[in-house]
Design a protein around this ligand. Structure first.
Ligand SMILES: Cc1cc2nc3c(=O)[nH]c(=O)nc-3n(C[C@H](O)[C@H](O)[C@H](O)COP(=O)(O)OP(=O)(O)OC[C@H]3O[C@@H](n4cnc5c(N)ncnc54)[C@H](O)[C@@H]3O)c2cc1C
Length: 609
């Protein structure tokens, strides 16, 4: 029994041997549920097949197991340091950034001509998932570079592309997204970093950014910020924000690097996700910080949304990764720890705790969150792939559904990841509360996800106030057609009929709640309309995950075909758990959403004392 043996410190324990994700489940989703091989009908993906996909996934698993997992606890216990104005990170990050770059892990979705592998997002995002499950902090560095480089690729001038893309994609430089300021977090329209045009074509940047992930570190030669700033004289609010490339060291025409007046004010000390630094960045103290406009002036937020949308899906994957790692750590423990006797039996020896119904409930909860979330995220990745290879109405449909699902795909795994990792701790009892076991680390890592890339509240308002309202429900209708298709298929399978009916009923009730809330908006009661948008998002999220479980249930039923198979049987039990224990929670949420109370609007500051 490895994990219960006495150990002096976690460093002596070989975490590399521990399972952190299920290859079988990933393959089930990719090949059976979402049938990724069908993408080969499109020229962009025609050279890929199951063999090439498996090679990529296996190589990613090897890198994660051999390089990322072994430094998981080291990175957590030895957080980055702020020394003489610079941030020092784990020494392995230098080699790892090179490995991420040379291995093609940063630019894989790009075309062959651009040096990429024309990899579908379903596979690229699966690699984000695998690396995140091995070591979330280490996995974030390359992903940030990918997002920054992709923005330059989409909106930058040829000169900017030539100066920055190669080094961002090959891991020599680090990319960041620099939005947040001390006075502007959720409310990006209020940023005040300024950009003053010069006759030389660049802008002089002045201001401060906080919480910038990988905003400075010694694992790379240079840091390239994709930064939001306001051009002098620009309109107030979000319509006056522009996007700039602001390097820490600016390259000249020959590629020599010169200091660009970007300094590091400090580092924040976090409760988890400690291996990646978040920095306070100061620009233009010497009036010599140059920024280069990306995209049109005053359209910066629109451009940045590309990176933010990619990042939001990635946050969903990361939250799921951490919950997956916690699930397998707790599952291993439950299979090794003996305590008490299974109810109704009287064996001499104690039972393994996995035999207790309540422990199985905790494991089922975690598995339903992990595999339900991963399924939704793969669905979103599939829509992203299909929108790359289709045109016209079909493409618009995929983009509309992806847009609608993005706040859900970010928020459900993030919020439930916190509960799921907490449940992993609970499975270990007292040991779960100690640093000798991994779940406490995962619990701390998980907590960032409902906060960064927009808090859950912001996503609730995005879903109800923008995504559903903006096209009078047209995107929602497209999504409902997709869900209805699954319900119809499930109605034809006797063992799934009850689940299909229950999902159908919940959908109808969500439609009623949406009508009710929209009527408040139409009466001009905007505050009441959005007051409970977080609850609306939660209801929507649970329902969408039920849809994903029904999809998986359909395939598992077919695969099982009356035979015995632990994996498919386990899938069906987990689906049953989700429909019996999780989906019913929407009933009380829907009741609140339609209630006449306005307590959260009426209660004022002074009433809280
Ligand atoms: C570890 C970490 C990494 C980060 N990485 C980056 C990064 O790389 N780049 C970057 O630019 N930023 C980054 N951030 C910043 C992050 O995106 C912000 O912290 C987040 O958007 C919230 O902003 P805030 O902290 O100012 O909180 P606030 O906006 O002050 O929010 C505080 C609370 O008020 C609520 N609230 C705020 N406005 C409203 C509203 N209108 N209606 C209802 N409720 C509201 C929020 O939901 C929240 O609960 C990071 C933060 C952390 C902690």
């Amino acid at each position: 029994m490895i994990i219960l043996s006495a150990r002096k410190s976690t460093e002596t324990f070989n975490y590399s041997s521990m399972k952190f994700y299920s290859k079988k489940n990933l393959h089930f989703l990719l090949y059976d549920v979402f049938q990724i091989e069908n993408l080969a009908q499109y020229p962009l993906f025609e050279e890929h097949n199951k063999e090439t996909y498996n090679m990529v996934l296996d190589a990613c698993t090897d890198l994660s197991t051999q390089k990322l997992r072994p430094i998981l606890t080291e990175m957590d216990r030895n957080a980055p340091d702020f020394v003489n104005g610079r941030i020092k990170v784990h020494p392995d990050m230098k080699e790892l950034m090179q490995a991420f770059g040379s291995g093609g892990w940063i630019n894989a979705p790009l075309s062959y001509e651009e040096g990429g592998q024309q990899m579908p997002y379903m596979i690229f995002n699966a690699t984000i998932f695998i690396m995140g499950a091995a070591n979330y902090s280490a996995s974030v560095y390359p992903f940030l570079s990918a997002g920054a480089a992709n923005l330059i690729r989409s909106f930058g001038t040829e000169a900017i592309k030539a100066a920055y893309l190669e080094n961002l994609y090959n891991g020599t430089w680090q990319g960041t997204m620099a939005l947040t300021e001390p006075e502007a977090g959720s409310s990006l329209g209020d940023i005040s970093t300024s950009a003053e045009p010069t006759e030389e074509g660049y802008y002089k940047i002045k201001g401060q950014k906080i919480f910038i992930s990988c905003g400075d570190h010694d694992g790379v030669e240079n840091i390239v910020h994709l930064m939001l700033a306001r051009i002098k004289g620009a309109p107030k609010g979000s319509k006056g924000i522009s996007l700039f490339v602001v390097p820490r060291m600016r390259p000249d025409a020959e590629g020599n690097l010169e200091f660009n007046d970007v300094t590091t004010g400090g580092i924040f000390h976090k409760m988890g996700y400690k291996g990646a630094p978040i920095a306070h960045i100061i620009t233009g103290e010497q009036d010599d910080c140059r920024g280069y406009l990306v995209g049109e002036a005053n359209k910066g937020l629109h451009c940045m949304f590309q990176m933010m949308n990619e990042a939001r899906i990635a946050v969903g994957f990361n939250a799921t990764s951490i919950a997956s790692a916690a699930y397998y750590a707790s599952l291993q423990y439950c299979r090794e720890r003996s305590q008490g006797r299974r109810m109704g039996t009287k064996p001499a020896a104690q039972s393994l705790i996995i035999e207790h119904a309540d422990v199985k409930r905790m494991l089922l909860f975690q598995r339903s969150v992990v595999e339900g979330s991963l399924s939704l995220l793969m669905e979103c990745s599939r829509y992203a792939d299909l929108s790359r290879v289709t045109t016209g109405e079909e493409q618009q449909k995929y983009e509309a559904i992806l847009g609608l699902l993005t706040p859900v795909a970010k928020s459900y795994p993030s919020e439930m990841g916190c509960l799921s990792t907490s449940t992993a701790i609970q499975c270990l009892g007292g040991y779960g509360f100690t640093e000798e076991f991994l779940p406490e680390l995962f619990y701390r890592e998980a907590r960032i996800h409902p906060i960064h890339e927009g808090t859950t509240a912001i996503h609730g308002m995005d879903l109800l106030g923008r995504k559903i309202a903006k096209d009078q429900g047209a995107s929602l209708n497209l999504l409902i057609i997709e869900i209805t298709e699954t319900i119809q298929k499930a109605t034809e399978v006797a063992s799934l009929q009850a689940y299909a009916a229950s999902l159908g009923t919940t959908l109808e009730k969500i439609a009623d709640a949406t009508m009710h809330l929209s009527s408040l908006a139409m009466q001009g009661k905007l505050e009441a309309f959005l007051a409970d948008s977080t609850l609306y998002l939660e209801t929507f999220g649970v329902t969408i995950i039920a849809w994903q479980w029904l999809k998986q249930g359909l395939v598992a039923t077919e695969k099982l075909g009356g035979h015995e198979d632990d994996f498919y049987q386990g899938k069906l039990y987990t689906m049953e758990y989700f429909f019996e224990y999780e989906l019913p929670k929407t009933r009380s949420l829907l009741k609140t959403l339609q209630s006449k109370t306005s307590v959260t609007v009426d209660m004022q500051d002074g009433h809280f004392d």
